[in-house]
Design a protein around this ligand. Structure first.
Ligand SMILES: [Zn+2]
Length: 175
């Protein structure tokens, strides 16, 4: 018997249409990183940034997926130790909050090409938005050593270093 029937013809709060239903959903994933990503994550646990070189054209991929998307060849076990210094290729000043990014606004999202790498890494820069520019030399700021895990979150952010800007020709192919 419905509420309506119990109350006779008297309207009740249950007669109103449901227009919104909030249902928190969470899903847990067990994700197998695979050989290549495991090697990369074991490296970052030790503070090493490991890339891999394409045997066809010598380009260094970081992070490596274990194969070259351009030449469809696998990279094998050889790795390339990369510096945690790099050059800002492009950037965006973000003024809109995002639920999964706990940074104070505005923050600076950057594409960095690490020294010795040929692919870009997306990260954030700790700087005054008026100071950021293409070609800016930067270096990773790591969490304290005792907090390192197999996570890219070991790098907190990048910060400008006292080096002259890179020449445009050095990073233009990544724009
Ligand atoms: Zn290749």
């Amino acid at each position: 018997m419905s509420d309506r029937q119990m109350d006779g013809d008297k309207p009740s709060e249950h007669d109103e249409d449901v227009t919104l239903l909030r249902v928190p959903v969470s899903l847990d994933y067990d994700y197998s990183a695979g050989v290549s990503a495991s090697r990369f994550l074991r490296g970052i646990e030790q503070g090493k940034l490991l890339g891999q070189r394409c045997p066809v054209d010598g380009r260094v991929y970081f992070p490596s997926r274990g194969s070259c998307p351009q030449h469809a060849v696998t990279f094998g076990d050889e790795t390339v130790d990369l510096s945690d210094k790099g050059t800002i290729v492009t950037f965006s000043i973000v003024r809109v909050p995002s639920a999964n990014i706990p940074l104070e606004l505005p923050y600076i999202a950057v594409n960095v090409v690490l020294d010795g790498a040929d692919t870009i890494l997306m990260h954030v820069l700790d700087a005054n938005p008026e100071d950021v520019h293409m070609g800016m030399r930067v270096q990773a700021v790591w969490k304290p050593r005792e907090e390192w895990t197999t996570s890219t979150a070991n790098i907190l952010y990048f910060r400008a270093i006292d080096e002259p800007d890179a020449d445009y020709d050095q990073y233009k192919e990544h724009i």
